[in-house]
Write a protein that binds this ligand. Sequence first.
Ligand SMILES: [Zn+2]
Length: 426
Amino acid sequence: MQKNWVLVLSVWFLCTSYVFSTDKSVKLEVSSASTGLVSPYLISSMSLASEETYHADAGQLFTSIKITSADTLSNHIYLTLEDKTYYFGTLMTDENIDIPPSFIIPLSPSRYFQLRTKKPTTIKIELFYAPRIEIQATVNKNKKELCEKPNTIPSSQWRKGLPDPKLGRVTSEVNHCIIHHSAGNTADTNYTNIIRNIYLLHTESNGWDDIGYNYVVAGNGQIYNGRDPQGAGDEDNIQGAHFCAKNSGTMGICLLGNYEIDTPSTSLIQSVEKLLTWKLYKENLSARDSSIHPQNGSKYLATIGLHKDGCPTLCPGKNTTNLITDVRSNVQDKLDKCANIVSISEPLNSHYLKIYPNPSHGRFFVMSDDKANLTHYELISYKGESFGRVSLAKNGMIRLNAAAGLYTLALWSNNSLIFREKIIIQ
Ligand SMILES: [Zn+2]
């Protein structure tokens, strides 16, 4: 018994003295060969004893840092950078999907940082260096027509001085626009700097060909092009890397900032709506529709969807989620104006309605509940030209003599538009 007490006391003494003994300077050993130049990507590892403070010297400047613990189930790591301490104490579920919580962009280039852990662990340290550049951006007032493409900053401009993206682009027909957030510091307005660091994270750390998103939208409303199309097609149809390996048929838009905590600015949301309006108009999609995403387990996914609708993540944050119904509604209003639909007196798609068969050869039925009280239909071409309103027969059958193609069928109850759906005439 006495021996045990001695042991306990010794362990207590050792542990306590350990806690108070504790400051270590560490010069990182990085894997890449030293060229005398500042490298855009350095990787290193370190073993941390518990409750010791490590003052680390990266040996060169870095503009962002990512920490990964070997013990991902229970890491308790404190990173101090520019007198600000970040704590990584939870599971990193977003790892390799998007932007991990332990990816930090300090406000100015740094060389030194501090680390401490509650439990002994080995960590991987990745350092990124994207020298700052200034872009003479035409501030995006977007005074263009409702459904025209808003102004964007080309990727060749913001990527200046960084390694080129890899070659090999794939295009796909977009049916879903997926909204993300960067989860970083919303107050940081060095937007070009942030996107440059995300580019290095995606290409160097994740090993992707290019930045994962098709577009990145900053808090001031400025829109940056994302993935470089490299001549394979339109940039909005280039398959990205942002939707947990289900990227086909999607266009990814990333909102810079952490919208689990903060609220997206009006300028940001307006730019996102303009981008979505242009894209949905181009693809003849409805902002309130949903359709099956072939890689999403036969589940319906909204045309304007959220990252978390298809993947295990909080992205794009609860404050973006709270706004999404309004975003869909505002985009649809603009689309309706572009398609010359002016009168909407009640929410679309609130009734049971089905068009069968679709596709058809121009002969099909409209089935509806009685409350819908349909009186007219209107065929609208892909370009938004209306063929006029026609009385709907009592039995709901429609015969059209239109050329083969994609149309919108609008259904009216007297002067109220109550339903709109894409139809295909073969
Ligand atoms: Zn995301």
